[in-house]
Design a protein around this ligand. Structure first.
Ligand SMILES: Nc1ncnc2c1ncn2[C@@H]1O[C@H](COP(=O)(O)OP(=O)(O)OP(=O)(O)O)[C@@H](O)[C@H]1O
Ligand SMILES: [Mg+2]
Length: 480
């Protein structure tokens, strides 16, 4: 039941109030700030606080001080001030400090208390529900693998299969940001282990010497500081899914123990000899080439072969540009649904720009790019994300625009255009160096003047008619 705390140093009034309210609520009383703190530490849904609570010090404002403290330490707990007749000023000040309401001593009846208390408790419940729904929405939206490409459809088919199986060990491969962790969570949510835990762990988050005990736990006295038995990640994920990220970074010693776990589903805690059995689905991920690691002797062959049974490869974004638009809209919509942006569309040139990029950081990078773009559009008071809102767009497109302007309308022979552009650079270099071929060659990044000579000759052999446009080139290189 929701606990209500009554803080008042007037024992008689406090006891009466506690007794009266106890018919409807779970009520505790406190005579001073210290008692109130102790009660709050155990969890309280609402506080009724005497505005004139005193500590015996001169200039006492204990009631208001405690109010301030509750507001900062327990911001979700509403505080209702109990005031005496004629204390309106203080009551107003209390409201300003964040009190949720106030009630006048002696003038109010149980009904009034109930009205105020129930109203606030209901408000709190609704606020919590909204938070919860937000989280659910976020989780829901974020655990779907978005994409229409064949490659992503194949990934979805495979995750559904291993989720239904619930026992197969899965190896997730793919570049950074391609959705390996997302796929692991999806397998957990889709499978019959969904009621069990999902535990994710990565070696890089721990000192190498500590990772083994983090994973397998330790017995009391296993090492200095191990003052009690501690369950590891493997034990904590019993019945559910264990996601071991960055498996390529795993210590060779831990690899041995892991292989045993995968073969017998049992292990021993560090410093112990008792076998512990677990029933888990094991998912590992890497963005390194495990085969390569194996050749270098950093990854055990037997473990590799145990893991590569079911491999699900997450394609890079560049392999599936057709998904970019869908993903971009998906991330924008999610931001909008959780109330982070007012934007609801992305302009066509912006989408074209997103599709044309290489995305070394894959979906993660795309997501950041879209979210930042939405932020900038919001800042400008627009609901459409435009090209200039996207980080990194201006630079790349400016260069592209210049080239686009330089292209002839009918297309033409691109090679000849490039050859001509190169000759134009040589002409420019000769002009700047006063016709000195050694200096011009160096300016253009050639190692010596013969390298430049060979380059110019080969261009002119292919496109002899270009030479008349570049007098310095003609003078310097033709006929010599
Ligand atoms: N197909 C997808 N649909 C929707 N969101 C995706 C998709 N793929 C990736 N994401 C999102 O991109 C971000 C990066 O994904 P995730 O963390 O799963 O990548 P990862 O492969 O584990 O990367 P790393 O190797 O760097 O750990 C996350 O916010 C994830 O929700
Ligand atoms: Mg990851």
């Amino acid at each position: 039941m929701r606990r209500i705390l009554v803080v008042d140093d007037d024992g008689e009034f406090r006891n009466t109030l506690v007794r009266t309210l106890a018919v409807h609520y779970n009520v505790v009383g406190a005579a001073n700030a210290a008692e109130a703190r102790a009660a709050l530490a155990h969890g309280v849904a609402l506080v009724l606080l005497d505005i004139r609570l005193v500590s015996g010090q001169p200039g006492d404002r204990e009631g208001l001080d405690l109010l301030r403290e509750v507001r900062t330490e327990h911001p979700h707990v509403p505080v209702v001030m109990i005031t005496a007749f004629g204390e309106l000023d203080t009551a107003v000040e209390a409201m300003r400090l964040g009190a949720a309401d106030y009630l006048q001593k002696g003038r109010v009846e149980l009904r009034d208390y109930r009205r105020v208390i129930d109203g606030l408790l209901e408000q709190r419940r609704l606020a919590r529900q909204v938070d919860q729904l937000r989280e659910d929405l976020d989780r829901l939206g974020s655990s779907a693998l978005v994409g229409n490409s064949r490659a992503i459809a194949e990934v979805r088919r495979q995750t559904a299969m291993v989720a239904a199986d619930g026992r197969a060990t899965v190896l997730l491969t793919g570049e950074t940001g391609t959705g390996k962790e997302l796929a692991a969570r999806l397998i957990h949510r889709q499978g019959w282990r969904r009621e069990g835990p999902f535990v994710a762990i990565a070696p890089s988050a721990f000192a190498p010497s500590l990772f083994e005990s983090e994973l397998f736990g330790h017995e009391k006295g296993a090492f200095t500081g191990a003052d009690r038995l501690r369950a590891g990640t493997v034990e904590k994920s019993d019945g559910g899914v264990l996601f071991l990220d960055e498996i390529g970074d795993l210590d060779v010693g831990v690899q041995v123990k892991l292989l045993r776990l995968l073969e017998s589903w049992s292990f021993t805690r560090v410093g112990g000899s008792d076998e512990v059995n677990v029933d888990i689905q094991f998912i590992v991920a890497t963005n390194r080439d495990l085969k390569e690691q194996m050749k270098l002797g950093r990854f055990r062959q037997d473990l590799y072969f145990r893991l590569n049974g079911v491999e699900i490869h997450l394609p890079s974004l560049m392999e599936r540009p057709e998904d970019v638009t869908l993903l971009a809209r998906h991330f924008l919509e999610r931001q909008r649904l959780v109330g982070n942006t007012h934007c609801n569309s992305i302009a066509a040139p912006a989408l074209a720009n997103l599709r044309a990029r290489e995305w070394p950081g894959n979906v993660r990078e795309l997501r950041n790019c879209v979210e930042l773009g939405a932020m900038r559009a919001d800042f400008d008071g627009r609901t459409e994300v435009k090209l200039e809102d996207l980080p990194g767009a201006s630079r790349s497109t400016l260069a592209g625009d210049r080239a686009a302007d330089a292209l002839p309308d009918s297309g033409g022979d691109l090679k000849e255009r490039l050859a001509e552009a190169e000759l134009a650079y040589v002409e420019g270099a000769l002009k700047r160096t006063g016709g000195r071929k050694v200096a011009a060659a160096r300016l253009l990044g050639h190692t010596d003047r013969f390298a430049l000579l060979r380059r110019v000759k080969s261009i002119l052999e292919q496109y002899p008619r270009l030479v008349d446009r570049y007098p310095l080139v003609k003078e310097g290189y033709v006929g010599r």
